[in-house]
Design a protein around this ligand. Structure first.
Ligand code: ZN
Length: 420
């Protein structure tokens, strides 16, 4: 590690959001909305039942989360006409719980879609930490290193009864979003960082979620014959958004699949809480309005809103350019929030309507600023009572993330995190 200078580390983890929020009390599991749809039926599968996961370690065997009830096929009747043949059942990719061998395979497949552009445009190599899939810090994190190594480090905590192939795809898309997503950036990128070190700055959590559905999901699922199956289960509010955004049925089908998977990702994040009952819903978007852009994980509803927005935004990135990666005129630093960075990134996002980044985390037209003089360790610090942890934030000085199961500090990585 000593010959590989790490200048920024992201406490990524889609997963941290299970118990992370800048706003105490806004934990995604705290909402009280009714379930929107029945969760897709998960096949019963005992350990080792799937041949493709036979090589998994015992702790990461594919596990069944049990039957969750029948799929609500709200639209199947209308679609089963002469012009529209019956919709197929949801594919295994959306229903079967996977173990480590399959998770690694899926991760490589998704990364392979972006490796060529990472290499040609940035001289960067996207890699997965080969050894740390047993880790306990968060669920996955992204980091960038000298030598232009863009590394994703999944942890053993990704393996829960909601990890399907599709959920794994979207979580890798999120991690890739930290590399490609750009403005607004994570605050951890700023101290002493140079673009020359790694070719990018880690994007904020909101940017990573937006990228996951705006840039990555359709590349992952384009042309997949299973996509039409999701017409039957996408919530009506989501279907309407997709239909309004896209005229091509194939793209609409990808959009449906993206939204269904986003809902599953929220269930995966919330585990072991049951978000089927108290989870975020597409038709109940957050009403929160952030006073300043949040760079850490927003709450679950806000994250769902962001992923929905990305799925229906028609302003694609130029993947050979990191949106907003220009020096701040205020600080001289890349990655700092500035009007110049926002303007540079403007062509690559929707600014009005359903595809716009939601107000619950994104504050448009913020002036440039000088980062606050926060003195906490870069990896954060647990609160004295263990109820959460603090990290520095260049806008809000410091942000508290509550932990429902307590906080711990990993001395090796020097990162404070929630017990999961
Ligand atoms: Zn992240």
């Amino acid at each position: 590690m000593n010959d590989c200078k790490t200048w920024s580390v992201s406490l990524v983890a889609l997963a941290l959001a299970a118990c992370s929020s800048a706003d105490p009390g806004s934990d995604p599991t705290d909402t009280t909305s009714e379930p929107e749809i029945e969760s897709p039926a998960r096949s019963e599968q005992g350990p080792g039942a799937d041949a493709s996961s036979a090589g998994d370690s015992p702790s990461h065997e594919g596990r069944s989360r049990g039957e969750q009830g029948p799929v609500t096929a709200a639209f199947s009747a209308a679609d089963s006409t002469a012009e529209n043949p019956p919709i197929p059942d949801l594919p295994d990719d959306a229903t079967r719980v996977i173990g480590e061998a399959e998770a690694r395979q899926v991760a490589e497949e998704v990364a392979n879609l972006f490796r060529p552009i990472a290499a040609s445009a940035y001289g960067a190599t996207i890699e997965f930490d080969p050894d740390d899939w047993d880790g306990t810090i968060g669920r996955a994190r992204s980091s960038v290193h000298a030598g232009r190594i863009w590394r994703i480090t999944p942890a053993g905590t990704i393996f829960n009864p909601y990890l399907t192939r599709d959920v794994m795809r979207l979580l890798v898309c999120h991690e890739l979003g930290h590399f490609f997503g750009g403005f607004p950036f994570k605050p951890e990128n700023t101290p002493g960082a140079t673009v020359a070190d790694a070719g990018t700055f880690l994007a904020s959590e909101g940017s990573a979620d937006y990228f996951a559905t705006k840039e990555c999901a359709w590349r992952v699922w384009a042309g997949d014959p299973n996509n039409p199956a999701f017409r039957a289960v996408v919530p009506r509010a989501g279907r309407e958004k997709c239909d309004n955004a896209w005229h091509d049925q194939a793209r609409r089908d990808v959009c449906y699949r993206t939204l269904v998977t986003a809902l599953d990702v929220l269930r995966w994040i919330a585990y072991p809480m049951d978000s089927d009952i108290h989870g975020p819903r597409i038709e109940t978007p957050s009403t929160e309005v952030a006073l300043v852009t949040k760079t850490a994980h927003p709450d679950g509803q806000c994250r769902l809103d962001t992923m929905v927005a990305g799925a229906v935004c028609d302003k694609p990135n130029d993947l050979s350019k990191i949106p907003g990666l220009v020096p701040s005129p205020v600080t001289g630093q890349y990655g700092d929030h500035s009007v110049a960075a926002e303007q540079d990134a403007a062509p690559y996002a929707c600014h009005d309507g359903p595809g716009a980044r939601p107000l619950c985390w994104f504050k448009a037209n913020m002036p440039g600023y000088v980062p606050a003089a926060c003195t906490l360790p870069e990896g954060g610090v647990c609160a004295e009572d263990g109820s959460g942890y603090w990290v520095c934030d260049p806008i809000q000085d410091r942000v508290f993330t509550p932990c429902s199961l307590g906080c711990y500090y990993d001395s090796e990585s020097q990162i404070a995190d929630c017990v999961t």
